[in-house]
Design a protein around this ligand. Structure first.
Ligand code: PBG
Length: 335
């Protein structure tokens, strides 16, 4: 007997390839591996400090010694790289973020320790001023304006100092115009031709950064918002033009941030430039999943893996994610 569905589908039955675990494995288009993961970490002064971050259950701020231990675990799990973010002592923060230029500041201490004790793991350092300013902005604030060109000069100098400390990749997240070219030139002049630039090419003025600001202590400080320098979440075409400039200026790799709400941008950027593209699954994305999982409303492990895989499907070469350790462990069990 023929059903109406037979007339409609003819022989085109999509479910044949989904009928068993082995067929599904055979036709699977994308796969997440530990090589796709970059682990963002928060560093605090002191020794033997491990401070939980309330809005990011499972994520801790770590003193450099604890960070080294954590990095060893990450390296053992096969995670290729860490991205470090410092929580700078409040008395070192000022109007211009001058501590970003100190050779022995917290982020550079962390880099030196990591390179010495865990040389196999890549160190990616963020070069924005926000952890160092007393107003929480990513640039020099003057008369209510984030001054572009002077900030770029500062950021380029800070990048060289980070490279001197051993940073493998500089990741500018400030969204000032012209920063990639300026950083490339400064690095080259200082003999750091091999230090790469992973540009936060498209960084949106997003509400998803909330827990991060708690983590690095800028939450209470930030006056106003970052809309005069980050991208409007409504604008995909403008994001492409911004990314194109970073490519022209010499970026080696590109970041899309936040991640999941901007998968279309990931795809467009990968298609347009063919450079390695990384999504940053940011603090608020992590917090959402954790909160729902802790309430028993979703299966946290499965949602974590599904989101990470979605980035791969959207063309990303990898993901900067607070889930990196958990995901690496889960992948290890599957293998
Ligand atoms: C700023 C910076 C931000 C994040 C990392 N560096 C955003 C911001 O505070 O405006 C956010 C990361 C996250 O939310 O996980 N240079």
């Amino acid at each position: 007997m023929t059903h109406i569905v037979d007339q409609i589908t003819g022989h085109r039955r999509m479910r044949r390839n989904r009928k068993a675990d082995w067929t599904r494995r055979l036709v699977q288009e994308n796969r997440l591996t530990v090589d796709d993961l970059i682990w963002p970490v928060f560093v605090v002064p002191g020794t033997n400090v491990l401070e939980p971050i309330a809005a990011m259950p499972g994520v801790n701020r770590m003193s450099v010694d604890r960070l080294v231990e954590a990095a060893k675990e990450a390296a053992d799990l096969g995670i290729p790289a860490l991205a470090t973010f410092p929580n700078i002592a409040m008395d070192l923060r000022d109007q211009t973020g001058s501590n970003s230029l100190a050779a022995d500041n917290l982020i550079n201490q962390a880099t030196r320790a990591l390179k010495k004790h865990v040389p196999s793991i890549g160190v990616i350092t963020d070069v924005a001023l926000d952890p160092f300013t007393d107003h929480g902005h990513d640039g020099i604030l003057r008369d209510g304006v984030i001054v572009n060109d002077e900030t770029v000069e500062l950021v380029a100098r800070a990048a060289v100092i980070q490279a001197d400390a051993g940073s493998d990749i500089i990741a500018p997240s400030d969204m000032m115009d012209g920063r990639i070219g300026a950083i490339r030139q400064a690095l080259d002049e200082a003999g750091h031709q091999d230090v790469g630039i992973m540009s936060y090419a498209t960084k949106f003025a997003s509400a998803f950064y909330g827990p991060y600001r708690e983590a690095i202590g800028t939450g209470g400080l930030l006056k106003g918002d970052k809309k005069t320098y980050y991208l409007d979440p409504a604008n995909g075409t403008e994001a492409m033009r911004d990314a194109a400039l970073d490519v022209e200026e010499g970026a080696d790799m590109l970041i899309v941030k936040p991640g999941l709400p901007f998968l279309d941008i990931c795809w467009r950027i990968k298609e347009a430039f063919g450079l390695p593209v990384f999504a940053y699954q940011v603090s608020g994305e992590y917090a959402q999943i954790k909160a729902a999982a802790m309430n028993g409303w979703i299966d946290g492990d499965r949602v974590m893996m599904e989101t990470l895989l979605a980035f791969k499907r959207a063309g990303c070469d990898g993901i900067i994610s607070y889930f990196a350790i958990e995901a690496a462990r889960a992948l290890g069990k599957q293998a």
